[in-house]
Design a protein around this ligand. Structure first.
Ligand code: KG4
Ligand code: ZN
Length: 362
């Protein structure tokens, strides 16, 4: 079964063609292209939606061509198309939907509308094999109840899962998402968008060089009774600390050592809060498996601590490989595969949904 996944919810134009063999649960990546718009958005310090839309429109045909060329595939061999319909930036989502519909009409294929956050969950549910570009589906290895920690630029959620496809929100952020917090803190520290990878790198250097933050930062809602998060206070604390340090130093920009120390403390604060809430959810629901997804799980410190926690709690851990953590077309092709019975005709009306919850709140 060959599925073409199209992702345009934010600032990556991504298309992936996979071949799934349900009998041996193998997934082959036939062609996979990700065009990042990061350089285009740097001058704006974040994703500028109308620019994202224009760039997706421009790049989708090129990304498709590259993917099909790599796969050496003819359209008639594709079974169906899967496209992200939400959540995400609506102008960006629309470009993918319109493109997918035009393709589906031209090629006479059905379309599966894909939920971006389910895609992040599913990206964790494949494992590399000894054969290049070939993965094994891990669905049958999940022990339930499972908990998904979704940490991206737009979301910070804990999802309770009794079976794949049935999701309940057990906790979520009340303000900023964790990736958004990394990106905004980075901006305060004078680092380029996207801030997550830069904070991550500087924090690792600070640890290696024994550099500490000049002051501790808050761990918002660390001990609150629920499974919710809040990151805007951490972002503001960094802003006030940076302003104070600059004022104390006659208005001079922050020294590199100070920036590294703050980056380390921000990463530690985020890690402490995420880990505390995952631990709480494990105890509350008797969680057997942890499935992690979203761009922020590219962060090595958070990965390492989740691995330790899973071992300590005897829970299975499913975590995507680093290059499948941030947005990609593979996760949307996988979402298409898991939801193949929801395929609709090419001329069915599809709608971009900027906010689209994965399920009800518990
Ligand atoms: O999932 P994603 O690619 O897009 C959304 O769906 O939002 O996540 C992007 C987010 C950005 O906020 C980025 O700064 C963050 O993931 N990110 C990281 C790292 N790599 C990407 N955050 C922390 N550490 C990283 N290594
Ligand atoms: Zn994402």
């Amino acid at each position: 079964m060959k599925i073409l996944g199209i992702e345009t919810s934010c600032d990556e134009t991504a298309i992936c063609l996979i071949e799934v063999d349900p009998t041996d649960e193998s997934v082959r990546i036939l062609g996979n292209t990700i065009h990042s718009q990061v350089p285009d958005h740097i001058p704006y310090g974040g994703v500028f939606p109308i620019l994202a839309k224009r760039e997706h429109e421009k790049n989708l045909p090129l990304v498709l061509e590259k993917t099909m060329l790599e796969a050496g595939a003819k359209p008639d061999k594709i079974d169906f198309i899967s496209v992200t319909t939400g959540p995400g930036l609506e102008p960006a989502l629309w470009t993918g939907i319109i493109f997918a519909q035009a393709l589906a009409q031209k090629w006479n294929k059905k379309i599966v509308p894909a939920h971006h956050m389910e895609g992040h969950i599913l990206a964790a549910l494949i494992a590399e094999t000894n054969t290049k570009n070939t993965y094994r589906l891990l669905e049958s290895e999940i022990a339930y109840p499972a908990l998904s920690l979704l940490i991206s630029g737009g979301h910070t959620q804990l999802i309770h899962i009794n079976k794949l496809g049935s999701y309940k929100i057990a906790g979520e952020t009340r303000d900023d998402a964790v990736g958004e917090c990394f990106d905004k803190v980075a901006r305060t520290l004078g680092l380029e968008y996207p801030g997550g990878p830069k904070i991550s790198k500087l924090a690792a250097e600070a640890r290696a060089e024994g550099i500490q933050s000049p002051e501790p930062l808050p761990r918002p809602m660390l001990t609150s009774d629920d499974l919710d998060f809040s990151f805007s206070g951490l972002k503001t604390a960094v802003l006030y600390l940076a302003q104070k340090l600059v004022a104390e130093n006659a208005g001079k920009p922050l020294a590199e050592k100070i920036i590294k120390g703050i980056a380390r403390e921000v990463e530690d604060a985020v890690t402490d809060v995420l880990l505390a809430k995952v631990r709480k959810a494990i105890e509350l629901y008797g969680i057997q498996s942890i499935i992690v997804g979203g761009g922020v799980i590219a962060n090595k410190n958070i990965r390492m601590h989740l691995e330790q926690l899973a071992t300590e709690c005897s829970a299975k851990l499913f975590i995507p490989q680093i290059d499948h953590s941030t947005d990609n077309g593979l996760m949307i092709a996988l979402t298409g595969y898991f939801n193949r019975e929801k395929a609709v005709d090419a001329n069915t009306t599809l709608k971009a949904k900027g906010t689209l919850p994965l399920g009800p709140r518990i």
